[in-house]
Design a protein around this ligand. Structure first.
Ligand SMILES: Cc1cc2nc3c(=O)[nH]c(=O)nc-3n(C[C@H](O)[C@H](O)[C@H](O)COP(=O)(O)OP(=O)(O)OC[C@H]3O[C@@H](n4cnc5c(N)ncnc54)[C@H](O)[C@@H]3O)c2cc1C
Length: 289
């Protein structure tokens, strides 16, 4: 099913994002505990990330296939430009089309750890928009793309980055999923700009990360350049090493964020980090589980 169409549902369309498990044991746990646990929440779809430099290419494909075929849940692979020529990207696309996938999330990807800035490989793409155009030129698959309520970390001006989000839609993206954020006014500002200044009509879906511990959320926000509003930061610092209190705070913060956004968005995409409990709690609090 095309994900764009899933967002036409009268109820919020709930999705989850997994990263490919690091080894066979982690994959076994994912399919024994996590996926069945998530299924009870009736997600509309599950997406699976694409690791640095295409390193998880085969695992990403295998995991999305297993989710769809063994668990009957719609699934979507991510695809990035990192380390790939157009030929390699075309091969991945042909492979997922052959397997019957109807959706792909098209991204540039982050530079590998040893590269300070993103460098396209020869014959590859520098920007997600180029990848989106390439995919659209070859197939009618439903394409999703990323957008950034606070502007992408490398962008000098957030409005310039929101223009890029609009260009992704003009190039063929049918839905946008946001980077994590905790201040709902950032989402409203970006949404207002895209809808009213750029006439963007596709679903703009908040990416929600119920954080699990203090070190993790500090690392994520510093990597992606999202801010932690000061009241949340202060509470996290207060709880320090008390992971369970930080986790509960994550649930509380995300419940409040989603409750404010719910009347205006088509769904929520949970960065669940391959763990169900916090996302499930948020959904229960919202009456969506
Ligand atoms: C929902 C979601 C899922 C993600 N999944 C993955 C994943 O599976 N694997 C992974 O490695 N990463 C993933 N990421 C992270 C993402 O790859 C990084 O944020 C990356 O740095 C940017 O990717 P992008 O697709 O937004 O790039 P782009 O849209 O290409 O933007 C990258 C930077 O270039 C600028 N830019 C874009 N086009 C132009 C242009 N034409 N001229 C000048 N500047 C331009 C933008 O403003 C931005 O600063 C995900 C992010 C999100 C929000």
């Amino acid at each position: 099913m095309r994900i764009r169409d899933l967002y036409d549902s009268p109820n919020p369309t709930i999705s989850f994002e997994f990263f490919p498990p690091k080894n066979d044991e982690a994959e076994a746990v994912l399919f024994r505990d996590t996926v069945p646990g998530l299924k009870q929440l009736k997600p509309a779809f599950i997406s699976v990330t694409y690791g640095a430099g295409g390193s998880t290419r085969d695992t990403t494909t295998r995991i999305v296939q297993r989710i769809r075929e063994q668990h009957g849940t719609e699934s979507m692979p991510h695809l990035t430009c990192v380390g790939s020529t157009q030929g390699m990207l075309g091969n991945f696309l042909d492979e997922i089309l052959k397997l019957g996938f109807e959706n792909v999330l098209a991204l540039r990807g982050d530079p590998p750890k040893d590269q300070p800035t993103f460098q396209a490989v020869e014959g590859g793409f520098s920007y997600a928009t180029d990848l989106i155009r390439f995919i659209r030129g070859r197939s009618q698959i439903s394409i999703g793309a990323a957008c950034y309520p606070e502007g992408h970390v490398e962008a000098r001006f957030k409005h310039a980055d929101w223009d890029i989000a609009a260009q992704k839609v003009e190039a063929g993206a049918e839905f946008l999923i946001t980077q994590l954020f905790y201040d709902w006014s950032d989402f409203l500002d970006m949404e207002d700009y895209l809808r009213n200044k750029r006439n963007i009509k596709v679903p703009i879906v908040p990416g929600i990360l119920p954080f699990l511990n203090a070190a993790q959320i500090k690392r994520f926000t510093s990597l992606c350049g999202s801010k932690l509003p000061s009241p949340i930061r202060k509470k996290i610092e207060q709880f320090a090493e008390d992971d369970e209190s930080v986790r509960k705070l994550g649930v509380e913060v995300c419940t409040e964020l989603c409750a404010k956004l719910m009347p205006r968005v088509a769904g929520f995409h949970f960065y669940c980090l391959n763990r169900v409990p916090s996302s499930a709690e948020v959904l229960r609090n919202l009456g969506l589980a």
